[in-house]
Design a binder for this molecule. Sequence first.
Ligand code: F6R
Length: 242
Amino acid sequence: MKLIKARDYEDISRKAANLISAQIILKPDSVLGLATGSTPIGIYNKLVDWYNKGDLDFSQVRTVNLDEYCGLSKDNEQSYCYFMNHHLFYHVNIDLKNTNFPNGMECDAVKECNRYNQVIEDMGGIDMQLLGLGTNGHIGFNEPSDTFIRNTHQVTLLNDTVVANSRFFDSLDEVPKKAYTMGVGHIMNAKKIILAVSGENKSEILNQVLNGPVTPLVPATILQFHPDVTVVADEAALSALA
Ligand code: F6R
């Protein structure tokens, strides 16, 4: 894994956005795998700035998001679709028809997972996947477990993930307990992966991801087996590095 050391969150945002920009410039019809959460907000802000300056063209870009909460519609303010629309898609010239999410309102999990697997396959896979890192080592909503799950699946979120994500909700009770997530196989099939990690609360887990044994108990450790991962992390996140 390549490691890019950034000073702070702002520096992570600029460096990771530069990598995504280069991808779009080199391949204007790139398939981008995208993440939500706190970490990518600064990256998306930079991409919007550079689009406004005329440096980026999203007209041919296609996207697949990693995950979506079950039970939230696309226009629910807590849905990941809403997040992406408001942080990136509504501010650039992407065709919304080219943006894809698991459908959190589909109750038939088998049907929805098959549909999303097909969406990713029909696009020919992912050119560049942006990932954040959960404090428990999750990527997407691939939570720590006994096995790695290859394809899209419905997951029951672990309590620490529910607690971590409750900061975006009015109360813990409102956080959905289930989600659809892209599987580890789709992530690992991406041609390039960027893992953005910020903050001291991620330092212990980042050390395990970079230096620990590969195990589904820390799902992000599987990235050690990918040929083209770039970790962009700030000094705080790197503070526990062995
Ligand atoms: C979100 C996602 C999650 C987050 C992770 C880190 O789409 O897939 O894996 O990337 O929970 O979240 P933040 O960036 O909020 O610390």
